[in-house]
Each structure stands twice: as structure tokens, then as C-alpha cells.
Design a protein around this ligand. Structure first.
Ligand code: 9MR
Length: 615
């Protein structure tokens, strides 16, 4: 539930009556020596203790979407119980009146959480209103709404997340209340910002570039072309799937009210930065894109972007970054065409130049080892980036050279939906656009069918999960699992757009339930959404957990989510041996389970705008 003020007392009452497995507030002393801990004055041998997130919301074995269900959509809950017999359930309205009842379906042990489970399906109830609860075997869920507008605000908030991630500009508190801050990484900041950034010494360039602007990647203040590329592409794609809905969606950003739709104004902020990362004409690697720009060493938490003292550096150009730029700029060229022809032309030139440069330098790989002061975003397989870039250039220009590059790529016939797409695996981005955006590809029907086939497999995966998520990796949950789940849902959503079959729409809605509380931790992973929602995501400026004067992340911020590898020490110490779905903690120092990142919010923005459009 979204918690309007008038519901607070109801919430308090529920908190009191819910049968609680109270989670004690504990203080976890942690020793940091990690590269990304970056705490003030930390070194390998210093210690820093802070209270872990106190959790005042009682746990409950009855897990629901804490925000809400659409009255005409699927409505399922998962109950943790080892009963082998069906359990009685009752749906109660705001006044406590039973409006529907039935029995649960025992589902046995859920492998991803290690929990014994039952599923309750109350889809048949079509009423609407606020503050419903589901009672199963005498235990109550957290409250939720049955509301056709349940997702409308989420799509706005998930997209408004990007404005306060902007680099190079002061954030206006009148637009983003509570998030005002000085411009970060401009020429007048302590480290000279991003206005004249040199290359990492020894990487073969002797120029500096003005790479101001763009979005900070995450809780760090690095800017990475590969991750910027997929993020801006998903924003443009949500515009392309529904230009009308996008035009009507009012975001919290300075350009609101202009002639360009808000989501494209936000996209432009990043596209401008991506083009600045291109190696200038006349240089040996002209047209390639630098892989990333970030601090020479990890900075502390908290660090205001405007107070960063570390030297910023450009890292060597890579083929992956260059093709990300080519793909994003080619897409930008067609979406900006109706609004700003000169800008569209500029983007197309950047895309063509980048693609040609990548062909000339097809194997310049960013290494996984380059992770001091910023993330590596290493990638040694760029066949997928070639495919994606060629697809976008073909859709935009219709030119034969790009069409041939698409059809001759081995990925054109490969199952690109076998694993979730993400910043490293980008072929699906090309495939989805080839399927949905007008183009003259000869085998377009087969391409469309491949999306539907992929979606069918995700629906099958969902049916096999007690919590209904389209995700069941064999090797544990990955870093950023929530975004991978959302990207799988985007494939299912695209199948709905292609076929109009209700099972795909229902699949997307059900998948959202997992992210908003119907999961092994009874956790909503979106700040401000749900009774028990993530709010301490790893960030250097939304660092409220470390400094009460600072804010939590803005509402609509997605947490990375369960990650079986537990790369950070906080999660590593607290959660060792966790079942995949439970490898998560809402702690600011758990950067491997609880960071916020532009590409993860881009997935949330895409899917939440799809579901907002379903009413
Ligand atoms: O999201 C990235 C994940 O897929 C990788 O496994 C991980 C390690 O390379 O890096 C993640 O990205 C982080 C980036 O390197 C630095 N900024 C924060 C990103 C999210 O944690």
C-alpha cells in the first residue's frame, strides 16, 4: 500500500494485531576493508559500527503485494506454512468485513527461499477499495489496495528517480523536495569535476575531455557508458512502446512543460553525456567511446557529489562502450526526430561514427580487474553489442549494411531470452525493438515469435515458483536480481503488446507482486511503496542511515535485491549460507544486495509504465 496519511492509524492497528515474528533491532559491528566501503578514514584495519536497519514492521507468513492489485488482474499471495492440508483464507475489507473466502493450495518447499509454502488465489474477487487484508489460518497479511490506479504513481516516481542522479547540475529542491544539492563534478568543484578529465596514465591518450553531465551510475559517482547506454535505451523504449502515455506522464524534472516529452528530456541528459565520451576526430581511436569516467580511488560514504576531492579519470575506450553509444544514439535519432531534427541528426552521426569505429576495433575489452574507484563493467563478449547496435541503426535508417549485420549475426537466430538481459547481455534489446518498432526486416514474423516463445518460458518459470517470480537461475541469485526479474517481465509485457493475450498481461502483474512484497522476506524492494520497503540503499548522498541529516533515496527507488554471492562484508557476515531469495539486507553498506543503480530503475520504469498503462 502506498501509505497516504489517512491510513496511518489503520496501519498502526494492523501492526499491533499482525501475528509477529518480531525482528529485533540489532547492532552489528562490522569491520570494513573492502574497496567500496569507503567509510571516512577507513583503512584495512579500522572498524566502524552502526545499527543495522531496525525493522518495526512485524513479519507475517502471509505475503502479498503490499502496494496493491488491479481489480481486474490476478491476485495471489504466498503463505509460509508447513501444513500439508489446504488452509482457510479470508479477504477482509477496510472495516474488517469478510468479502471473499476460500482455501489455499499447498505448494511444498520453495527452493529459492527454503520455505514451505501455500498459494492463495483470490483473483475472482473484483471489488475495489483501500486497506484490504488477507487472513490465512488466523494470521494477517500487511494491508494492500485493490485499485485500478495502483501503479500510476509508481511509473512517475520510478522515472523521476533520474533527475536527482544528474551530474553537473544543481538539483532544485522545488522540483525534487528534500533532494536539493549543489552541482556535482563541475569545473568549480574541488577536483575540477568532469570538465577537463585526463585519461588514466599509461592508457595512451594525452587529451582531456569535457564529460560533464549524465547520470551518476549508482551509489557511487562513476559514469559508465555501457550502463548509461542500456538505461537510456530502456527509457526511450518505454516512450516508443507508448508515446501517448509517455507524453501525458508528468515527471519531476526541470524540463517539464517543454515541447519534448518529459521522459525524452531525461533521456537527452544522458545521451548528451554519452556522446561526450567519444574519442575526438583526429585521434588514433577517433569515434570509439571511453568505457567510463570515475574517481581514481573509492570515496567515503557519505560524499556529496559537489565535495568529491578525488581525481577523475577517463578509462580506455572499449568496443562494448562504443557499441552501446551507437545503439543508444541510433535509437535517440529516431525518437528525437519529431521534436528536434538537428539533435536527431547529430545523434545519428555519432551512432554511425561509433559503429564504424567498433568495426575497426572489434576486440578492445574492458577488463574485470579495473575496479579501483569505480565498477569494472568488464565485458569480453561483444557479439551481442554488435547485434544490438546494428538493429538500432537498421530500424532508424533502413540501410542494407546494418540489415545484413543483423541477419548475419549468429545471435539473430539464437535464443536471446535464455538468460535475463542486462548491461552485459544486450542482444535482447535489439531483438525486442526489431519485434516492436516498425522496420523492414525480412523475417520479422519469426523475430516476433521468438519474443512470444521467450515470454512463454518465463510464464512457465513463474508457474513453478511459489512466489511467482519469472526467475529461477540454477546458480543462485545474481547481483541486481530484481532488475533481471523486471527485464524478464519486460519480455512478457512485449508478448502482450504483440499478441494481446491476457495471460501475458497477467504474468507481468503477478511478477510485480514479487517485487512489492510477495516474497521470501515480506519485503517491498521499492522505496516508499509498501509497509515494509527498502529505504537504505547504498548511496553516497542518500545516506540517511549514516547521517540523519541526509535523506533516504527518493520514493520509487529500486534496490538491487537478493544476491547469492554476497560480495560485501556486511551481507557476507550476516547472511552467509542464505537461500538465494533471502540473500538481501536493507543496509546502506550492503552494496552487493542493496545498491540503487540507473539501469535497475530503468527496468522498473519500463515495467511500471507498462502496468500503469493497463488501466
Ligand atoms: O550491476 C553490476 C553487476 O551486474 C556486476 O556483477 C557488478 C560487479 O561488476 O557491478 C554492478 O555494477 C556496479 C558498478 O560496477 C559500479 N556502480 C554500482 C553498480 C551496481 O552495484
Amino acid at each position: 500500500m502506498h501509505l497516504p496519511a489517512f491510513m496511518q492509524s489503520r496501519r498502526a492497528r494492523l501492526a499491533a494485531v499482525a501475528v509477529a515474528v518480531a525482528v529485533p533491532a540489532v547492532v552489528v559491528p562490522v569491520v570494513f576493508s573492502s574497496r567500496e566501503s569507503g567509510l571516512p578514514g577507513t583503512s584495512a584495519d579500522s572498524a566502524y559500527a552502526f545499527p543495522a536497519t531496525p525493522d518495526h514492521i512485524p513479519d507475517t507468513p502471509v505475503r502479498v503485494n503490499q502496494v496493491g492489485y488491479l481489480p481486474d488482474g490476478p491476485k495471489r499471495a504466498t503463505v509460509v506454512s508447513d501444513s500439508s492440508r489446504p488452509l482457510p483464507w479470508q479477504l477482509k475489507d477496510d472495516a474488517g468485513k469478510v468479502v471473499a473466502a476460500g482455501e489455499s493450495e499447498p505448494r511444498g518447499l520453495d527452493a529459492s527461499s527454503g520455505q514451505p509454502t501455500h498459494v492463495v488465489d483470490f483473483s475472482a474477487y473484483r471489488g475495489s477499495g483501500h486497506t484490504y487484508t488477507l487472513e490465512v489460518d488466523g494470521r494477517s497479511s500487511l494491508p494492500f489496495d485493490l485499485d485500478p490506479k495502483a501503479y500510476r504513481q509508481l511509473s512517475v516516481d520510478a522515472l523521476s528517480f533520474f533527475y536527482p542522479q544528474r551530474s553537473g547540475v544543481a538539483i532544485d529542491g522545488a522540483i525534487a523536495p528534500g533532494y536539493a544539492r549543489k552541482a556535482g563534478h563541475t569545473a568549480d568543484t574541488p577536483n575540477g569535476g568532469d570538465s577537463k578529465v585526463p585519461c588514466v596514465p599509461g592508457t595512451g591518450c594525452n587529451y582531456t575531455l569535457d564529460v560533464t553531465g549524465g547520470w551518476y551510475d549508482a551509489g557511487d559517482q562513476g559514469k559508465y557508458v555501457v550502463n548509461g547506454g542500456i538505461s537510456v535505451a530502456q527509457l526511450m523504449s518505454l516512450y516508443e512502446r507508448s508515446p501517448k502515455a509517455s507524453q501525458a506522464r508528468a515527471l519531476r524534472l526541470p524540463e517539464h512543460g517543454g515541447t519534448t516529452p518529459d521522459v525524452l528530456a531525461e533521456a537527452r541528459w544522458e545521451l548528451d553525456f554519452l556522446t561526450k565520451m567519444q574519442v575526438p576526430a583526429g585521434e588514433p581511436l577517433a569515434g570509439m567511446a571511453h568505457h567510463k569516467v570515475h574517481d581514481a580511488g573509492w570515496t567515503a560514504l557519505p560524499t556529496d557529489p559537489a565535495a568529491d576531492t578525488q581525481q577523475r579519470q577517463l578509462h580506455a575506450p572499449s568496443t562494448a562502450a562504443t557499441l552501446n553509444l551507437a545503439a543508444a544514439a541510433a535509437q535517440g535519432a529516431r525518437v528525437f526526430e519529431p521534436y528536434d531534427k538537428a539533435y536527431a541528426a547529430k545523434l545519428l552521426t555519432a551512432a554511425r561514427t561509433a559503429y564504424a569505429a567498433a568495426l575497426a576495433h572489434p576486440a578492445m575489452y574492458a577488463p574485470d580487474s579495473d575496479s579501483t574507484g569505480g565498477g569494472a563493467y568488464g565485458d569480453t563478449d561483444v557479439g551481442d553489442e554488435f547485434y544490438w547496435a546494428a538493429a538500432e541503426l537498421f530500424i532508424t535508417t533502413g540501410e542494407k549494411q546494418y540489415g545484413t549485420a543483423v541477419t548475419s549475426s549468429p545471435l539473430h537466430r539464437a535464443d536471446v531470452f535464455a538468460a535475463p538481459f542486462d548491461w552485459r547481455a544486450t542482444a535482447a534489446l535489439g531483438r525486442l525493438d526489431l519485434a516492436t518498432v516498425d522496420n523492414r526486416l525480412g523475417d520479422r514474423e519469426r523475430v516476433r515469435q521468438s519474443v512470444v516463445d521467450g515470454a512463454d518460458r518465463y510464464l512457465k518459470t513463474m508457474a513453478g515458483q511459489s512466489y511467482g517470480q519469472p526467475y529461477a537461475p540454477s546458480g543462485g541469485y545474481d547481483w541486481g536480481s530484481n532488475s533481471q526479474i523486471l527485464n524478464n517481465l519486460a519480455v512478457v509485457a512485449t508478448a502482450f503488446d504483440l499478441t494481446g493475450k491476457p495471460k501475458y498481461r497477467d504474468g507481468v502483474l503477478s511478477g510485480m507482486d514479487y517485487l512489492l512484497g510477495r516474497n521470501g522476506l515480506n519485503q517491498s524492494y521499492v522505496t516508499g511503496y509498501g509497509e515494509k520497503a527498502s529505504k537504505n540503499q547504498h548511496s553516497r548522498w542518500y545516506a540517511h542511515q549514516l547521517d540523519p541529516k541526509l535523506p533516504n533515496p527518493p520514493r520509487g527507488t529500486l534496490a538491487g535485491g537478493p544476491n547469492s554471492q554476497l560480495q560485501d562484508e556486511v551481507a557476507g557476515n550476516a547472511l552467509r549460507g542464505c537461500k538465494p531469495q533471502l540473500c538481501y539486507m536493507d543496509d546502506i553498506m550492503s552494496w552487493s544486495t542493496n545498491e540503487l543503480t540507473i539501469n535497475w530503475n530503468a527496468s522498473l520504469a519500463w515495467v511500471s509504465s507498462f502496468v500503469a498503462d493497463q488501466t
